[in-house]
Design a protein around this ligand. Structure first.
Ligand code: FA5
Length: 355
């Protein structure tokens, strides 16, 4: 075998191997590796072509032509196989990512307001329609607003550590008003509301918010919500108080809802009443929830005490006021027939999804 024949045989064998390998390649990456292996600077074909120089001068043109054909063939196969693989990849991806637009959509789960928020909003809407404006006060309150200004003196049992949550620190320098505590009711907003109006009449506000006490059982929670109402004007009477509360109950529970006022005592109202609503669980017949009485207490109320009007900057000789504080949880329990207050705080979706 001459040197040329030997060289041609090697070239032919290389071409055959290249064809087989190119046909078997399955990915763009595999093809690239083959390209480097064959046509790269140190590639098999490149090296073989370089040996052309070792052949006799008269043999080189024919051998060179052959070499060029093999090289062109390899380049073309690389290109064609590349197109095939890319087309196949694209088809597979399109198939995998296909969206059936005729399938019904999946709805994302959507939350909704908590029952306590629902009743609070309902109560705010009722009082707003009766002319009350929404007011606010801080949850960390000073003893002065929470107690003193409301005519609750320093030796009153409600101020004991075992009833209230006291907080470290003191009110700012501009308010040197006793220790700080988590407000035990929304009534301090009465004082803040009156002071904010600077003796203007009427004062007609409601304030909803969290309050804190050391209580804990099926109908008492350490944190609960109240809606406070205050109306101060000339000639406000107990009849107005009763009328407003009766209207409130009818709007919440329907035209047959009845309320009952029982004489009571609050340091900041005189006279004072506790207000019960007709038990919706047993229709007034008497059951476990209303402890057999047919009535459930929902709020405290009364005519604003003269000392409280004075603390708010008003002259009790000139004006009078009515006030009430509603337990939002109690209203929610009656509105939705919930028997244990703790259900309202546990965040159990099986319970919450019913509202
Ligand atoms: C007061 O808090 C007075 N500030 C209400 C008031 C305002 C009276 C204005 C007069 C004038 P009392 O402590 O009774 O009152 O609470 C009012 C309502 O809050 C109760 O009727 C009850 O519905 C609710 N409540 C009281 N303690 C709890 C508790 N631990 N958990 C849930 N609700 C409660």
């Amino acid at each position: 075998m001459t040197a040329r024949e030997l060289w041609e045989a090697r070239l032919a064998a290389l071409a055959t191997r290249a064809r087989t390998a190119l046909a078997a390649a399955q990915s763009v990456q595999e093809l690239e590796e083959l390209r480097v292996h064959l046509l790269g600077r140190k590639g098999e074909l490149t090296l073989t072509l370089r040996e052309l120089g070792q052949l006799a001068a008269d043999e080189r043109p024919a051998a060179g032509a052959l070499a060029n054909r093999v090289r062109a063939e390899v380049e073309q196969s690389l290109e064609e196989r590349g197109q095939e693989i890319r087309a196949r990849d694209l088809e597979q991806r399109l198939e995998a990512e296909a969206v059936d637009v005729t399938l019904p959509g999946r709805r994302p789960p959507r939350g909704h307001p908590h029952p306590l928020v629902l009743v609070r909003q309902e109560m705010e809407a009722i009082f707003a329609s009766l002319g009350f404006a929404v007011a606010e006060g801080p949850e960390v309150e000073s003893e002065w607003y929470n107690f003193e200004a409301l005519n609750i003196p320093a030796d009153h049992p409600a101020r004991e550590m075992q009833d209230s949550f006291y907080v470290e620190g003191h009110p700012g320098a501009d308010e040197p008003r006793g220790q700080l505590l988590l407000r035990t009711h929304t009534s301090p907003v009465q004082i803040r509301g009156m002071l904010a109006q600077q003796r203007a009449l009427p004062v007609r506000i409601i304030a909803a918010g969290r309050v804190y006490r050391r209580d804990d059982d099926a109908t008492h929670s350490p944190m609960f919500h109240q809606v406070e109402g205050l109306l101060v004007d000339r000639g406000v009477s107990f009849a107005h108080l009763k009328g407003i509360l009766a209207e409130f109950a009818r709007r919440l529970w329907g035209p047959r809802a009845a309320i009952r006022l029982r004489p009571s005592y609050f340091p900041f109202t005189e006279p004072s009443a506790e207000v019960d609503v007709w038990c919706v669980f047993c229709q007034g017949k008497g059951c476990r929830t209303c402890k057999g009485s047919g009535w459930i207490e929902i709020l405290g109320a009364g005519m604003v005490h003269p000392s409280v009007l004075l603390a708010g900057g008003y002259d009790p000789e000139e004006v009078s006021g009515l006030a009430f504080g509603v337990g939002v949880e109690r209203v929610a329990m009656l509105r939705y027939q919930i028997e244990d207050i703790r259900l309202l705080y546990e965040g159990d979706l099986r319970f919450l999804e019913q509202f």
